[in-house]
Design a protein around this ligand. Sequence first.
Ligand code: ADP
Ligand code: MG
Length: 363
Amino acid sequence: MTVSVRSQTGKKGVFHMNIVVLAGGISTEREISIVSGTMACRALRGKGHKAILVDVYCGDSRIDIKDGTDRCFPETYDVEAAAAYMRFFDGQIEEMKRTRREFFGPNVLALCEAADVVFMALHGADGEGGKVQAVFDLLGIRYTGSGALGSAVAMDKELSRKLFAADGIPVAQGIVLKRGDERRPAAENGVGLPCVVKPCCGGSSVGVEIARTQEEYEHALEIAFGYEEEVVVEQYIEGREFSVGVVGGKAYPVIEIAPLVGFYDYKNKYQAGSTIETCPAKLEADKTAEMQRYAEMAYRALKLECYARMDFMMAKDGSLYCLEANTLPGMTPTSLLPQEAAALGMDFATLCEHLIEVSLNGE
Ligand SMILES: Nc1ncnc2c1ncn2[C@@H]1O[C@H](COP(=O)(O)OP(=O)(O)O)[C@@H](O)[C@H]1O
Ligand SMILES: [Mg+2]
């Protein structure tokens, strides 16, 4: 299979592409990114593309761009060996951070410039937050997912909440605390208990705590401030949780997320069997349509491009609340967005290819 892209003259053509699947990095989500990248690289190879897996931070000093594109993007390629090479650096990242100033690893930018497109399999602050996208924009490198501005805004839960509210997308009542701000008791802070405390720019539920008592609230603040300078405190919405992908501006089917124990924390996100995921979600047609409409509105409100996945809570009375937008959501075959695509009859490899097509066609 091949990707059909409109050329600059507006003609549609069909190409096999040289693709860098960019993964790894130094965020708290490095490990998940390596899994997404490995799966996406294998899937794109299966579609006939010359995809290679590259760690944005550790790079690959074994490949030299001067050897020519054919050597950098070989016909036969061992994806597992490439993933093992990335993992080889896992224990060395902290040491590398101490001794190196530049973010991009050896040969990374040269390989990305040589590729037809970069498939972004990064998750977390460094790759998802817009800085890599800004560098790519300046260098003329094409990539999947949102641009620098949308990525940066979506990474910041405080800014996202403000833009959602301004566009009529419902959000839970909340406040933002900066380190050093006066901390009033939960009963007097305007949100009350129970509440959810989360680092402003985190992901994968890292540092997210539900507080039901003043003691738990104080403890949750300590945890969240251990990660960041700014923390969002939000009214706890008791009810059901959902997520909705938007690709090229159009909502995919709604997926329901029901952890067997507790909320959708880090463990429940990544431990197989800990969460029941149902797609399409068992919801009335009008609720489904309402959530999909809010997801599309949220995508527009944050100026997102190509694709994203919006998280929602539905309270017991049926009212919906948008929690956040994920600009580079998990991309393993069992991740939420790929499950939504599967409900449309689109397999994982076709979805990966479709995201490239959407990004190159500027949708
Ligand atoms: N206001 C809320 N009410 C109830 N649960 C919440 C609320 N905010 C977050 N959660 C729970 O915490 C999880 C992580 O929060 P989210 O805002 O999506 O941040 P992250 O970027 O870490 O995914 C959600 O998937 C949900 O289970
Ligand atoms: Mg989330």
